[in-house]
Design a protein around this ligand. Structure first.
Ligand SMILES: [Zn+2]
Length: 159
């Protein structure tokens, strides 16, 4: 009797699983592990620490238009609407602009020396070398030239 009831229960569970598209028998091993969460502030702070950045020069705010980040001689801003998975890469890119300021004394002089049209690609190539996967300027250019990489490496050296 108990066996029959158990068999009926299994049959119901199998039917339920079929109807709902789930399996009552064995869930994948990793299903028990909590999903990997992306915590915005953690990503932001961890990346600033990884880069040895001075937090006083950084703020989270609104970057005009569709920009995700902005840097000037005074510091950097990361847009609060940047999706979490891109935060670290945006921070690295803006860090490289601050490194350009540190290397050349100002963003304006960096643009003069590197070439105004090369400010972004050099920052993005340096961001790539520092571990970023989201590098839109590199993607747009189809990669970093030897010259871009040489200038990018200078930014990684500068502290
Ligand atoms: Zn930029």
């Amino acid at each position: 009797m108990a066996q029959t009831r158990a068999r009926s229960l299994v049959a119901i569970l199998v039917l339920l699983a079929f109807l709902t598209g789930t399996s009552p028998v064995s869930a994948p091993a990793d299903a028990a592990a909590p999903p990997k969460q992306c915590a915005w502030a953690t990503e932001y702070n961890r990346t600033l620490d990884e880069l040895g950045e001075n937090r006083a020069l950084w703020r989270v705010g609104d970057v005009p238009d569709t920009g995700w980040g902005e840097a000037s001689d005074a510091g950097a801003v990361v847009d609060a609407l940047v999706p979490c998975r891109y935060v670290a890469d945006v921070v690295r890119h803006e860090h490289m602009h601050l490194q350009q300021v540190r290397q050349f004394g100002s963003g304006r002089f960096a643009a003069f020396v590197l070439g105004a049209d090369r400010i972004e690609i050099v920052a993005d190539c340096a961001s790539l070398l520092a571990g970023s996967r989201y590098t839109p300027y590199v993607d747009l250019a189809g990669g970093c030239s030897e010259r871009d990489l040489r200038d990018a490496r200078q930014l990684l050296l500068k502290r």
